[in-house]
Design a protein around this ligand. Structure first.
Ligand SMILES: C[S@@+](CC[C@H](N)C(=O)[O-])C[C@H]1O[C@@H](n2cnc3c(N)ncnc32)[C@H](O)[C@@H]1O
Length: 277
C-alpha cells in the first residue's frame, strides 16, 4: 500500500441498500455503462421481438442500464431498486439518454397490488438475486415477480454461476482498470460450523459469501476504499426449484442470454427463462 493511501471503509459488512448507495457514484464506471448500452442492445432487441414485449419491470435496475436499453427499443419500463442513490442515478441517466423509463425506490418484498399482471417481462439481472440473503425474502421476491407478470409473461433472471464458483472457491469476480481507477470485485468465503457439540457431529456450511468491491483512485495517490456486503450464492438447481415453488412452469436454464447451453463447471452465468402459465 502506498504511504499516503488511506482506508475509507474497511471490512464492515453493509446491507444491500447501504452498499449500493455507497457504490452508486462509481457504479457506471465499474460496469462500463456507456459501452454496454450499445453492446447489449442487440441481445435485448431479439428478446423483445421473440417474446413480444411492450411492458417490462426491471427488478433491481441499479443505475438503469437495461431500463435504458429497453426504453430505446420502445418498451415501457419501470425500474425498481432498494437503493435510493442508484435510482437517482438511473433517473439522471434516462434523461441524458432521452428515454422515458420510470423509476421507483422499492424493495422486492413490497411490490404491491398495483403492479399485479402489469408486465410481459420481469428482468432481474446483473447478479441481483444473491443479495436476498434470507430464503424467505428470495421466495417472496420470486412470487412477487410472478404476480407482476401477465399470464404467459416471462421472467428472465441472471446470476453468476455459483455451481462453479462454490465448487472451485473462486474468489476474484472481476478486475477492471480505467484511466483514473482500478476496480477489484472479490469474495471472502465464510464457512459456518453447524452441528451438535454433545454428539460431536459438525458440518461446515458455506452458505454465505462476503462480496467486496475495492476501488483504487489512481488520481489521488492510490487512495482506496473497500465496500462489503453479504450475499447468498444460489445454485442452478435451487433457483429452478424455487421458481417452480412460486408457480413458474416452463423453466429453461442457459449459460447466457443467447441461450447457449449451461455447463455447471464452465459457464460464467446462469440465465433462466421462466414462464407464467
Ligand atoms: C448487482 S446490482 C445489478 C444492477 C442492474 N440490474 C445491472 O445489471 O446493472 C443489484 C441491484 O439490486 C438492488 N437490490 C438488492 N436487493 C434488493 C431488494 N431487496 N429490492 C430491490 N432492489 C434490490 C441493489 O440495490 C442493486 O442496485
Amino acid at each position: 500500500m502506498p504511504e499516503n493511501g488511506k482506508f475509507e471503509t474497511y471490512g464492515k459488512v453493509k446491507s444491500a441498500s447501504d452498499f449500493y448507495d455507497e457504490l452508486s457514484e462509481d457504479y457506471m464506471d465499474m460496469i462500463e455503462f456507456s459501452s454496454k448500452v450499445e453492446s447489449e442492445s442487440e441481445i435485448f432487441k431479439t428478446i423483445v421481438s421473440e417474446y413480444k414485449i411492450t411492458r417490462c419491470l426491471d427488478a433491481g435496475c441499479g443505475v438503469g442500464l437495461h431500463s435504458i436499453i429497453l426504453s430505446k427499443l420502445g418498451v415501457e419500463v419501470l425500474g425498481i431498486d432498494i437503493s435510493a442513490s442508484m435510482i437517482e442515478k438511473a433517473r439522471e441517466l434516462a434523461q441524458r439518454f432521452g428515454v422515458s423509463a420510470e423509476f421507483e425506490v422499492l424493495d422486492f418484498s413490497l411490490i404491491k397490488e398495483k403492479y399485479k399482471e402489469k408486465f410481459e417481462l420481469v428482468l432481474c439481472i446483473g447478479n441481483t438475486l444473491p443479495h436476498l440473503i434470507n430464503e424467505k425474502d428470495l421466495l417472496i421476491a420470486l412470487r412477487n415477480f410472478y404476480n407482476a407478470l401477465v399470464p404467459n409473461g416471462i421472467l428472465i433472471a441472471q446470476i453468476l454461476n455459483y455451481d462453479k464458483i462454490m465448487e472451485n472457491e473462486e474468489r476474484i469476480v472481476n478486475v477492471r482498470e480505467t484511466p483514473e481507477r482500478i476496480f477489484v470485485r472479490f469474495y471472502d468465503f465464510e464457512p459456518t460450523i453447524v452441528g451438535s457439540p454433545s454428539l460431536k457431529v459438525f458440518e461446515i456450511r458455506k452458505d454465505f459469501l462476503k462480496f467486496n468491491v475495492l476501488i483504487v483512485d489512481k488520481t489521488k495517490n492510490y487512495s482506496h476504499k473497500l465496500i462489503t456486503t453479504r450475499i447468498k450464492p444460489i445454485k442452478s438447481e435451487d433457483l429452478c426449484r424455487k421458481l417452480r415453488m412460486v408457480g413458474f412452469k416452463e423453466i429453461e436454464i442457459f449459460g447466457d442470454f443467447l441461450k447457449r447451453e449451461f455447463k455447471a463447471n464452465e459457464s460464467k452465468n446462469i440465465v433462466v427463462f421462466a414462464r407464467k402459465t
